[in-house]
Design a protein around this ligand. Structure first.
Ligand code: SAH
Length: 243
C-alpha cells in the first residue's frame, strides 16, 4: 500500500513525541523533512532512509514524499510540534489530490503553545488565540487586525514566528498594537528552545516584552487581564472560586 504519515514530532526531545508518532516513524521506510527536524529524530530511528530539503522548499518536500510513496515505500513526513499548526498537513492533503493512490494519515503532536505553556505554568488555561507574526503567507494588515481584536476581547495570546532576520521589529509592533487594549503591566512569558537543548524562559510585563529581542526559536505568551505571576510561574486563573 502507498502510505504517508504526516507526523508532528513535538517540540524537540524524544520524550515529548507521542507513542503514535514513534510507532509511525518505526513503521516507515523513509523519513522526509526539513534538515533541522530530521537531525532531531535521526539518532532514535537508525536504519531509516532520510531525505531532507531546505526551509522554504515546502512544496518540493511534499512532492518528494509523494514520489517516494508512489514507489511503494511507507513514508513519514515530519514537522515540528503539530503538523496541523503552521505545519505541512494541509499542503499534503491538497497535493494528495494529485496522488489518489497514496493514503495520507495525519498524526498529532505537542505544539509549541502547549509545550511552552507547560514550561511557564498555565498561561493558556482559558480562551486563547494563536497568532503567527510571519507575513510570508498572511498580509500584515490581517495580522494587525487579529492582534487588535484578540486583545480587545481579552484573549490570552500565544505568538508563533515572533521574529526573523527581516522582521526583527515585529514583536515590538505587535506589543504596541496589543497595548491599545491590554494594560502594559499584563503578565507575559517567553520560552526559547522548548524541549530542546538550551531551553530557557522568562516572565515579564507587556511593556518589558515590547523592548525584548527574541529569535525564531521562541514562542511568546501574552496573558489576559486576569493572568498572574505566582512565584516563577505564569498562571491564568480559570475562575474556580477559592472557598
Ligand atoms: N508546527 C509547529 C509550529 C511551526 S511555526 C508547532 O506546532 O509547534 C514555527 C514557530 O513555532 C517558531 O517560530 C516558534 O515561535 C514556534 N516553535 C516551534 N517549535 C518551538 C520550540 N521547540 N521552542 C520554541 N518555539 C517553537
Amino acid at each position: 500500500m502507498n502510505k504517508i504519515y504526516v507526523v508532528g514530532i513535538g517540540p524537540g526531545e524524544y520524550e515529548q513525541m507521542t507513542l503514535r508518532a514513534i510507532h509511525a516513524l518505526e513503521n516507515c521506510d523513509t523519513i522526509v523533512g526539513y534538515t533541522v527536524y530530521v537531525d532531531l529524530v535521526k539518532e532514535h530511528f537508525a536504519g531509516k532512509e532520510f531525505l531532507t530539503t531546505p526551509m522554504r522548499k515546502e512544496v518540493d518536500r511534499c512532492i518528494l514524499a509523494f514520489e517516494e510513496a508512489k514507489k511503494g515505500k511507507t513514508v513519514a513526513m515530519i514537522c515540528s510540534g503539530d503538523a496541523g499548526v503552521y505545519g505541512m498537513s494541509g499542503l499534503m492533503l491538497e497535493l494528495g489530490e494529485n496522488y489518489p493512490e497514496v493514503q495520507v494519515e495525519v498524526i498529532p503532536g505537542v505544539t509549541a503553545a502547549t509545550g511552552g505553556a507547560a514550561v511557564l505554568g498555565a498561561p493558556l488555561i482559558h480562551d486563547f488565540c494563536l497568532i503567527s507574526l510571519s507575513d510570508l503567507l498572511t498580509p500584515w494588515e490581517k495580522i494587525e487586525k487579529r492582534l487588535l481584536l484578540a486583545s480587545e476581547a481579552d484573549f490570552a495570546i500565544c505568538l508563533y514566528n515572533p521574529s526573523s532576520k527581516k522582521r526583527h521589529d515585529y514583536l515590538k509592533k505587535a506589543c504596541d498594537l496589543m497595548m491599545q487594549h491590554k494594560s502594559q503591566e499584563t503578565v507575559c512569558g517567553i520560552v526559547k528552545n522548548i524541549g530542546r537543548e538550551g531551553e530557557t524562559y522568562q516572565i515579564l510585563t507587556l511593556k518589558e516584552l515590547r523592548d525584548t529581542e527574541v529569535d525564531m526559536f521562541t514562542t511568546v505568551f501574552i496573558g489576559n487581564s486576569q493572568t498572574q505571576r505566582i512565584g516563577n510561574a505564569m498562571v491564568t486563573p480559570r475562575g474556580y472560586r477559592h472557598d
